[in-house]
Design a protein around this ligand. Structure first.
Ligand SMILES: Cc1ncc(COP(=O)(O)O)c(C=O)c1O
Length: 492
């Protein structure tokens, strides 16, 4: 009897199945544009997946590949498709997929350790900093995404700025409530973070924005002054470099001035928008980003890498360790051997076991060069402008927000409601919601939605290196047709 082992019994056979798996996914990637952008998963398939009993004995690799091909591969959320503009989800890069496979094969543990992968992560972090106009000596680490990077930054801000030792005392110290400031455009990560960090959403000040979606600096100042008068302890201002709804960027320079004046931590959520810095003509809008104490970005958004890979950068060295480092007796730093250098990434964040996320960035940045990414980002900005022009030139469609970056928010105004005096916002909302669902179900393209000034909008976000101008040009008549046919249906 064989001793227990989960390696292949027959490596040659395994090699054949593995090559078949690789061919399967490469064929799929090559043929994406002829496939629907999304297709609903049939109820029968959900039943098949959900009712599969726990296998006590295996069926072999080849049969699981067949099941993957039949049950899983045809039904993704569609973010890899050239006409997926639903959310800011990067499209994935085939070479990064190979890098992920290699990283998974190595199975390196990225707490740190004396190993090459650690130096690859340090290098990738310093390249990201350099790409965004930050010193290449900036401290940082890769994360699962911008939610995690932003929350880590907020945790550091809380510990560094509050006048208490949060690590040992917690937040039980009664002298003063900690307060945090952001705009009404800030992504929902901040609510989760504020709750998790014990600050409480009552103490999060969501400041109103101007017509361009930028935080109103006068209102921010008023809010901070009011908190100070009430004995509260302002901790941090979170600025947006490309906010989620339509891509608004705050006046980061003014935010940096205010934080300096009041002694607050200045954090920037640049999840996708920070990468507009790679396009020289967009840099002026990001002026001041280089003055932030911390910056969160995602490489699985506008750097097109597959999930997951986010990054947190901090301007000052040691701040991350001051918040997160813990000495583990079984992982003590040594002068020589495998623990030489210790576990720097475990000491800079909350995860101890961490995957080798850096490899895909390291291999893709070297394979294609930063200029290739800049070109794709520039082209996505052009796609947004093209769609905005098409929307503006149609008499029933209207733009619902400015288009400063790569996101277009718009809606259709059906004639019938105006003609019959039933013109009501809620009916237009419902019409556009139905239009969105029909578009998704048609498989022609994927858009998402958001609310702008209380009105439902269709939302196209371009973080897609596969999109061509012709995709946008073909999409527009499709949505016009869907809207017109929806209008003609009884009940609409
Ligand atoms: C501006 C912004 N911040 C944060 C996030 C959260 O990022 P993640 O999904 O990587 O956690 C998003 C997601 O779309 C975002 O657009």
């Amino acid at each position: 009897m064989n001793t227990p082992n989960l390696d292949p019994r027959d490596w040659e056979d395994f090699r054949k199945t593995s090559h078949k798996a690789l061919d399967l996914i490469l064929d799929q990637l090559r043929e994406l544009s002829s496939q629907p952008a999304w297709r609903p998963i049939p109820t029968e398939m959900i039943k098949t997946i959900s009712e599969e009993p726990l296998p006590l004995t295996g069926i072999g690799e080849a049969r699981t590949l067949d099941r993957f091909q039949e049950q899983v591969l045809p039904y993704p959320n569609g973010s890899w498709h050239p006409r997926f503009w639903g959310w800011v989800q990067g499209t994935g890069i085939p070479w990064a997929m190979i890098a992920d496979m290699l990283a998974s094969g190595m199975n390196a543990h990225l707490a740190g350790f004396n190993q090459a992968p650690k130096w690859v992560e340090h290098k990738v972090v310093s390249w990201i900093a350099e790409m965004l106009g930050w010193p290449s000596t900036s401290q940082g680490l890769l994360s699962s995404g911008a939610t995690m990077s932003n929350i880590l930054a907020l945790c550091v801000a809380r510990n560094e700025i509050s006048n208490r030792n949060v690590r040992s005392e917690g937040l039980q110290n009664p002298d003063g409530v900690l307060t945090v400031y952001c705009s009404d455009q800030t992504h929902g990560w901040i609510d989760k973070g504020i709750e998790l960090l014990g600050i409480g959403t009552d103490n999060l000040r969501k400041i109103a924005t101007d017509s361009e979606g930028r935080i109103r600096v006068d209102s921010l100042r008023t809010a901070i002054d009011k908190d100070l008068r009430q004995g509260n302890i302002p901790v941090c201002v979170c600025g947006n470099a490309g906010a989620v709804h339509f891509g608004a960027t705050d006046d980061l320079n003014q935010l940096a001035d205010i934080c300096k004046e009041y002694g607050l931590w200045f954090h920037v959520d640049g999840a996708f928008g920070a990468f507009a810095y790679l396009v020289p003509e967009m840099r002026a809008d990001l002026h001041g980003m280089e003055r932030a104490d911390s910056l969160a970005v995602d490489l699985h958004k506008w750097m097109y890498l597959p999930f997951d890979i986010g990054c947190l950068l901090c301007q000052k060295t040691d701040v991350l360790e001051r918040t997160f480092a813990h000495s583990q007796t079984y992982m003590k730093k040594t002068d020589r051997g495998l623990l030489a250098g210790g576990v720097p990434f475990a000491d800079m964040g909350v995860e101890l076991s961490r995957p080798f996320r850096a490899l895909k960035a390291w291999m893709c940045i070297q394979a294609y060069g930063v200029n290739a990414f800049s070109d794709c980002i520039r082209s996505n900005i052009e796609h947004a402008r093209l769609l905005a022009r098409l929307v503006s030139s149609h008499d029933r469609f209207e733009l619902m927000a400015p288009v400063p970056l790569n996101i277009v928010c718009f809606r259709y105004r059906p004639t019938i409601y105006e003609e019959s005096n039933l013109f009501e916002e809620s009916i237009i909302d419902a019409f556009n919601n139905e239009l969105l669902l029909r578009l998704q179900e048609s498989g022609q393209a994927v858009l998402s939605s958001t609310m702008i000034h209380g009105k439902f909008c269709l939302r196209a976000a371009f973080t897609n290196h596969r999109t061509q101008n012709s995709d946008v040009e073909l999409f527009f008549p499709t949505i016009v047709k869907l809207a017109e046919s929806l209008e003609k249906q009884p009940g609409n």
